[in-house]
Design a protein around this ligand. Structure first.
Ligand SMILES: Cc1cc2nc3c(=O)[nH]c(=O)nc-3n(C[C@H](O)[C@H](O)[C@H](O)COP(=O)(O)OP(=O)(O)OC[C@H]3O[C@@H](n4cnc5c(N)ncnc54)[C@H](O)[C@@H]3O)c2cc1C
Length: 321
């Protein structure tokens, strides 16, 4: 048996997320006294594939086929299922992000496997296999027992650290059977020059407390100084102060950056549902009793329009050192 981890690459390069997933899979493999096998789908060069072994992969299975260069949920699910069967995988680990949320339920049906989604730490027990997961948009947590022979776990972003554990992993090319793919992606138009909110490690977000669209300049300036992206609460995009693609929360984007600035945001539960996976939250609010301070790791009580310029100067000064 084995633990299989599906790693994601972007244009042939792995991001930190994939190494976190491999670190996590390796720990579960240790708990089960078995091997961690990393699966990569798409065109990734051998030196990049080898990086997966630095985080504990005992073997890397690479499936390269031009038909798989763009995500197709059915084709990817079929490939993961074939590799899971070949490697006798009893646990399959996938990221709890947009791709993972599309693949995991399909795979669960295909493999007749129990699915523990948005898991935030290592299983609390392997016999029975019990995972600790977020429920009700992160308002509560539950211990869930997966009783099926094969288990699927989607790992919430930023919930497991990188653990270096270099191994001499073999790299195997696998020729998966890919039937006819029912959809064809004709072309992909990437937004140029703008960091995608879901990719950003640092996000600077503004709420209704910013008062008007005209006051967004300091938020953009702070995001730029920190190489981050900008976001907003829902009322802000409803007002048309910012585009809808920037709205985070229950009805918007769900993000998990390393650092999230909530500026003039009250911290409603619907907003937190989209950002509570952030590693650190910094709140700037003029109301010391605002609920955002309950969720924040660091807080500044003050008028955002006065605090931000000083904050930006301090960031620039620190960067210049
Ligand atoms: C079904 C449903 C789904 C929803 N989905 C979402 C969602 O996905 N995302 C989302 O964001 N909301 C969502 N909402 C709305 C949510 O309930 C809140 O109303 C919203 O998040 C509040 O936005 P806000 O914090 O920007 O504004 P407010 O609640 O008005 O808060 C503004 C904050 O700014 C502070 N402030 C005021 N002036 C200043 C100043 N000068 N300096 C510093 N701070 C200042 C205030 O103290 C206050 O805390 C949803 C609601 C429902 C019912």
């Amino acid at each position: 048996m084995s633990v299989l981890v599906f790693t994601e690459n972007w244009d042939g390069k792995f991001k930190k997320l994939s190494f976190e997933l491999v670190s996590y899979a390796n720990k579960i493999a240790e708990m089960l006294n078995t091997k961690a096998i990393a699966l990569s789908i798409g065109n990734v060069q051998e030196d990049e594939l080898k990086k997966l072994s630095n985080y504990g992969a005992d073997k890397v299975v690479s499936v390269q086929n031009d038909q798989l260069n763009v995500l197709d949920n059915q084709a990817y699910t079929s490939v993961i299922a074939q590799v899971a069967e070949k490697e006798d995988a009893k646990v399959v680990i996938i990221a709890h992000n947009n791709m993972g949320k599309a693949l995991a339920p399909r795979l669960s049906v295909k493999l007749k496997a129990g699915l523990g989604s948005a898991v935030t730490k290592l299983p609390t027990s392997v016999e029975p296999f019990t995972v600790y997961k977020k429920v009700f948009s992160g308002k509560a947590f539950a211990n869930v027992v997966l009783k099926s022979d094969i288990k699927i776990v989607t790992l919430a972003q930023n919930s497991f650290e990188l653990i270096e554990n270099a191994k001499d992993a073999s790299i195997e090319q696998f020729d998966a059977q890919i039937g006819e793919i029912p959809t064809t992606v004709k072309d992909v138009q990437k937004q140029e020059g703008k960091l995608l909110l879901t990719d950003a490690e640092i996000v600077v977000s503004g709420g209704r407390g910013m008062k008007s669209a005209d006051n967004w300049k300091p938020l953009e300036e702070l995001a730029e100084a920190l190489d981050g992206a900008t976001a907003c609460s829902r009322p802000v995009s409803d007002e048309g102060w910012r585009p809808h693609e920037e709205h985070t929360g229950q009805t918007g984007k769900i993000i998990a950056p390393n650092l999230y600035f909530a500026v003039g945001i009250s911290g409603a539960i619907q907003h937190l549902a989209g950002v509570s996976g952030s590693k650190y939250i910094v709140a700037i609010n003029n109301d010391k009793d605002a609920p955002i301070f309950e969720a924040a790791d660091y807080g500044i009580v003050g008028d955002a329009l006065k605090v931000l310029p000083e904050f930006i100067d301090a960031v620039k000064e620190a960067k210049a050192k």
